[in-house]
Design a protein around this ligand. Structure first.
Ligand code: C2E
Ligand code: CA
Ligand code: CA
Length: 636
């Protein structure tokens, strides 16, 4: 029997003996207690009590000893079988080559094997755990890899979409949805390439909305945006699919007409321009209110006007600038001379600056007379640029430049100085002569301008009442609230105010009614067309309106006796124009004034009315009624 088997056997027997002895002891104690409590130990002797206890526990003790013996036999049998199994195992182990070479005996081998087994089992379990952990990790890793891949795909798609959107945005004007400058440049290059390859013509139109800033400020940016959208729509409407309309920014647009046949290119462009101008005759609906807009357009052709895209755009831009100079709301073809003009714009600004400083500005004055008796009531001061080389330059040639550059402020100051010093010399106050001066909105916007005007007029010792300030409707529209304040301030100081060129701008009844104007000047264009019933109706309405608002009405640009008669019959209060006198040098004014006064003194009202049919007898100004520019003008 091996040592462990023996010790197990011994341990088992000891356990059985001890448990048997304890069981017997418990049984005896129990029986002794029973005998004691039933009084058996008191009546009999001690030994009799012991005998009673034994008698009572005999069968129990035998039963316990018997159980222990049976248990010992069972344990012995089990151990024998266990020993046999170990022997078999040892035999099997011995048959395994290299199996535990260090094991000297079967028990050692078993121990070693057991140890190895348990180590292997632990190892296997650990490996299993590790594997499980790994596979767990792996599947988690796999899942997160898939998730990452999904995210990556999604991000890539988003990035691609964002890129496409950015590209689209970079090429498209978000407001009008027209191509922007970038896309235009690409498209223009392509258009020129095609024109070259197909011996065709490409045309670039540079388009600018007239007075858009003013419109935008008065309507508000939201409605200004609607105007831009409407212009975009109008420009696109009559275009062919191959053509391009683009927005450069602000209120500037470019249209490119492609592949035009050389012999009909200009005709096609002009047809397109015609359709644009026709469409813009209708007011633009701004949701509840309407507005009319006009465009200035410059047109240039490739290859005749320019050799590449940039030069073509420059040429069209210069032609547009020329159209603006000529009074806006028109389209002009590019001419080489225009480019020269435009390229010297900064030089012209510099020379205008010098003109103001070097006293090259001079004034002419155009009389205004009453229609009922022909009495002279005033003169309008009109500026001229007496250029040392180019001669007399008309204001239309430099006032827009002065407005753009801000030079209008020093220019206006010079005009006031010249006019007031002249008024002083004429003793205008004694003559009851009203002197009208044209103002730019930029002057009125100057801080403290009203006070400085008052100071100036006082320095000449003249009353404010002889000065009439002419302001156009468009000047008011820029900032009506501020303008109302300024105009009320001027009126309170005794200046009179005229609303100039009425009917051409916003023709707002609101302006007429709200602002403290003393005179309303009916624009020349209505007088020019006064033969037409439409213009006559407009003139009649303006006169009625003016009178309702207690204003005197003055008609400008009156050139013919017929125009004069119609105006007088319609009740217009005063007239100004070549029919009465053209603008004249200051030294001629007094003579003219005196002659006119004398002439009217000798004419009765009836005679004056009759004389109005014959200009020669009553007008010392022009002797004919032809609508020619005043002789003091020369184009630059
Ligand atoms: P405006 O204030 O409407 O001045 C009237 C213009 O009509 C003047 O042109 C005048 O010479 C012209 N005119 C007068 N009678 C007739 C006529 O019977 N027929 C025709 N066809 N024209 C006539 P001008 O002097 O060339 O002035 C043009 C514009 O320049 C003026 O228009 C005014 O807006 C501006 N301007 C003139 N002087 C000044 C000035 O000192 N300051 C400012 N800010 N603007 C001025
Ligand atoms: Ca005027
Ligand atoms: Ca005018």
């Amino acid at each position: 029997m091996s040592q462990p088997t023996r010790s197990v056997f011994r341990d088992t027997l000891i356990t059985l003996c001890v448990s048997g002895a304890v069981a017997v002891g418990v049984l005896l104690c129990w029986a002794t207690w029973d005998a004691w409590s039933s009084g058996k130990f008191t009546d009999a002797s001690f030994w009799q009590g012991i005998a009673t206890v034994f008698a009572a526990t005999r069968s129990g003790v035998v039963a316990i000893l018997l159980c222990c013996a049976i248990a010992a036999l069972g344990v012995t049998g089990t151990l024998r079988r266990f020993q046999n199994s170990i022997a078999d195992y040892q035999g099997a182990l011995a048959r395994i080559p290299n199996a535990s070479p260090t094991a000297k005996s079967g028990e050692d081998s078993i121990r070693n094997k057991n140890i190895e087994y348990s180590e292997a089992t632990a190892l296997a379990r650990a490996v299993d755990d590790v594997h499980r952990a790994f596979s767990d990790r792996e599947s988690r890793f796999e899942r997160s890899k898939l998730r990452l891949r999904d995210q990556l795909n999604q991000r890539t798609q988003e990035a691609e979409e964002a890129g496409a959107r950015a590209h689209h945005l970079a090429m498209i004007d978000p407001l009008t949805k027209l191509p922007n400058r970038m896309m235009l440049n690409e498209a223009l290059d392509k258009a020129l390439e095609d024109a070259l390859a197909q011996r065709a013509i490409a045309c670039a139109l540079f388009i600018d909305i007239d007075h858009f800033k003013r419109l935008n400020d008065s309507l508000g940016h939201e409605l200004g945006d609607r105007v831009l959208m409407q212009v975009a729509l109008t420009l696109r409407q009559s275009l062919r699919d191959v053509d391009i309309a683009a927005r450069l920014g602000g209120d500037e647009f470019v249209v490119v007409l492609r592949n035009l046949p050389p012999d009909s290119a200009k005709a096609i462009v002009e047809r397109y321009l015609g359709s644009v101008y026709t469409a813009l005759r209708n007011p633009i609906d701004l949701g509840g209110r309407t507005t009319l807009i006009t465009l200035s357009i410059g047109a240039a052709l490739y290859p005749s006007d320019a050799g590449d895209a940039a030069a073509l755009l420059r040429a069209a831009d210069s032609a547009m600038y020329a159209a603006k100079q000529k009074g806006r709301n028109r389209a002009d073809w590019f001419r080489k001379e225009i480019l020269n003009d435009a390229s010297t714009a900064s030089q012209r600004e510099q020379s205008l600056r010098e003109a103001i400083a070097n006293k090259q500005l001079t004034m002419v004055f155009q009389p205004q007379v009453r229609t009922d008796d022909g009495t002279p009531v005033g003169v309008e001061a009109l500026v001229r640029w007496k250029h040392p080389k180019k001669g007399m330059i008309a204001p239309a040639q430099f006032i827009p430049l002065a407005e753009q550059s801000g030079l209008i402020v020093p220019l206006g100051q010079r005009v006031l100085d010249l006019t007031l010093s002249q008024a002083k010399r004429w003793e205008a106050r004694e003559l009851n002569m009203r002197i009208s001066v044209n103002l730019s909105v930029k002057q009125l916007e100057q801080q403290g301008w009203v006070e400085s005007l008052q100071g100036l007029i006082e320095s000449y010792g003249l009353p404010a009442s002889i000065i009439d300030l002419e302001i156009t409707e468009s000047a008011i529209a820029d900032d009506p609230i501020a303008m109302e304040k300024t105009l009320r301030n001027l009126a309170a100081r005794g200046f009179t105010l005229s609303l100039d060129d009425f009917g051409t701008g916003f023709s707002s009844l609101n302006y007429l009614a709200r602002f403290p104007f003393h005179h309303v000047k009916i624009d020349q264009q209505f007088i020019h067309d006064i033969d037409s019933p439409a213009s006559r109706n407009v003139v009649q309405s303006i006169i009625a309106l003016g009178h309702t608002l207690q204003m005197r009405t003055i008609a400008e640009g009156v050139e013919t006796p017929q125009q004069f008669r119609i105006l007088r019959d319609l009740g217009c209060d005063e007239v100004q124009g070549f029919f009465v006198a053209e603008p004249m040098a200051p030294e001629l004014v007094l003579t003219w004034w005196q002659e006119r006064l004398e002439a009217t003194q000798f004419l009765s009202e009836q005679e004056w009315k009759l004389a109005a049919t014959n200009v020669h007898t009553i007008s010392p100004g022009r002797s004919t009624s032809a609508a020619q520019p005043p002789s003091s003008l020369s184009s630059q």
